[in-house]
Design a protein around this ligand. Structure first.
Ligand SMILES: Cc1cc2nc3c(=O)[nH]c(=O)nc-3n(C[C@H](O)[C@H](O)[C@H](O)COP(=O)(O)OP(=O)(O)OC[C@H]3O[C@@H](n4cnc5c(N)ncnc54)[C@H](O)[C@@H]3O)c2cc1C
Ligand code: HEM
Length: 404
């Protein structure tokens, strides 16, 4: 799109937006919580896009508040937003956010600004500056998302919107994780993806549409995709998939997206993959792709609660036998006495363990994923072990959150 087509703010509007940063720092979350309530109550058409659990936990309002705050801070140098913008675009693409959704969000955000900040603070000038700022950001995101949608549709095996995939195999991997092997129902080829990416899934559960993301848990290059889903107690999508989706059924998939991917430029460095629980899924695709490609050491560290819930033990052992440059360490928090893979260690994750297993000096490419406290620990440990932040990447299985 031509740059001139984008909305531009006046200097006064820029100043107003920057001046409201402290207000957002203090009240951003209250604002976005109110905003979501308004939007979900009054616009039923956008409800399927949003995960109610993320609203309830406050994680999604926090992620949006952070997005808006970062935007207001960088309004006069939007290029500094780069990585955050890429994260938003990927998340939006995987859930199929469309240009027509933006005016709904804009209208609710402005109403929330008026209602939360009150008429004394949210004067007409403030609201107009924010309206203009929102249009500018919306223009940028719509254009970036449009480019990704076009690229996904035009690539070999690509598609736009939802495509039907048949469940060709459903494989229990542990007491709580089950894999679904999916192939296009139209028999056509599938789009290649980057190891670490995820798909969007649209399900109709009890007459209501819901959308969720699932990481692709096997390397690209096959006839289809594999996702591996943990049953969440009380979870709508995961229980539906486990209990009500059988081999032969079809599922609606949106094309793969995501920026938590193996970086080719680092490929000389040892690859270190650290996961907790179902966070193992993208690291499986990454490990498999790196092993198939060869040329680097792969250290695979996985933490599970116990042997019953630990998935993919067989795969990990088979890789360890087949690839001399693959080293795997599995830790169970609670050792079990009965059947199951014997862990390499037991108990809580520790710095001493990671020191022993990581390449000395910390010059590696690390990727980690798991529950938030686990990720906070891994990030601290990697810093302690000398892994530069630029070589330590992570993702959340939900709205992005602060790790500190
Ligand atoms: C990029 C990405 C990749 C992902 N990859 C995977 C993957 O590979 N494998 C995987 O298993 N998951 C993955 N996820 C998570 C997945 O998208 C779902 O969030 C997960 O399956 C839970 O969905 P659900 O519908 O079963 O649970 P939800 O219905 O969303 O509920 C989640 C939890 O919140 C509770 N809850 C729901 N509503 C409320 C409420 N109103 N108040 C309080 N508590 C509530 C539920 O009881 C449950 O414990 C990924 C997520 C992202 C963002
Ligand atoms: C300028 C406008 C917008 C901004 C700044 C914005 C920002 C964000 C941010 C920061 C996230 C979290 C990203 C992450 O967790 O990694 C997010 C996720 C999301 N956004 Fe937007 N967004 C905008 C517009 C929209 C619109 C128009 C829609 C559709 C109505 C939308 C729907 C979603 C959904 C469904 C998610 C994922 C929610 C979840 O995980 O539950 N967004 N957005």
């Amino acid at each position: 799109m031509n740059e001139l087509e984008f909305t531009v703010l006046t200097d006064t509007q820029l100043d107003i937006v920057k001046a409201t940063v402290p207000l957002l720092e203090n009240g951003g979350e209250a604002l976005t919580t109110h905003f979501y309530r308004l939007m979900l109550d009054e616009y039923p058409e956008v409800r399927p896009l949003f995960n109610r659990a993320h609203q309830a936990s406050g994680a999604q309002p926090r992620a949006l508040a952070n997005g808006i705050l970062m935007y207001a801070r960088h309004i006069d140098r939007l290029e500094a937003l780069g990585p955050l913008a890429a994260q938003i675009v990927n998340k939006h693409v995987a859930l199929q956010i469309q240009p027509g959704h933006y005016p709904i969000v804009g209208a609710c955000l402005l109403r929330a600004i008026r209602e939360v900040l009150g008429a004394e603070v949210a004067t007409d000038a403030v609201v107009e500056a924010w309206a203009q700022a929102y249009r500018q950001l919306a223009d940028l995101l719509i254009a970036a998302e449009g480019e990704v949608y076009d690229a996904l549709a035009q690539a070999p095996g690509g598609w736009r919107g939802a495509r039907q995939f048949r469940v060709v195999r459903k494989v229990p991997e542990s007491a709580e994780i089950t894999s679904f092997h999916l192939e296009p129902a139209d028999g056509g080829p599938v789009l290649a993806f980057e190891p670490g990416q995820y798909i969007g899934l649209s399900l109709i559960v009890d007459g209501e549409e819901i959308r969720r993301n699932y990481s692709l848990s096997a390397a690209p290059g096959r006839r289809g995709y594999r996702i591996s889903v943990k049953r969440e107690p009380g979870g709508v999508a995961s229980n539906y998939l486990h209990d009500r989706v059988a081999e032969g059924d079809t599922l609606s998939l949106f094309p793969p997206a995501g920026e938590f991917t193996l970086d080719g430029q680092e490929s000389g460095k040892p690859l270190v993959l650290i996961s907790g629980g179902v966070g193992i899924t993208p690291t499986l695709a990454m490990a498999e792709a790196a092993l198939e490609q060869g040329g680097r050491d792969v250290v695979f560290i996985h933490y599970a609660r116990n042997a019953q819930v630990q998935a993919f033990g067989g795969t990990i052992d088979a890789w360890a036998k087949r690839f001399p440059r693959f080293k795997a360490y599995v830790v169970h928090e609670h050792p079990a006495t009965d059947a199951g893979r014997r862990p390499d260690a037991t108990g809580r994750p520790s710095l001493a363990q990671l020191r022993q297993w990581l390449p000395a000096g910390g010059d590696c490419s690390a990727y980690f994923l798991g529950p938030k406290p686990f990720m906070a620990f891994v990030r601290r440990a990697l810093r302690e072990l000398g892994v530069p932040d630029s070589q330590a990447r992570y993702e959340f299985f939900g709205p992005a959150e602060a790790l500190n």
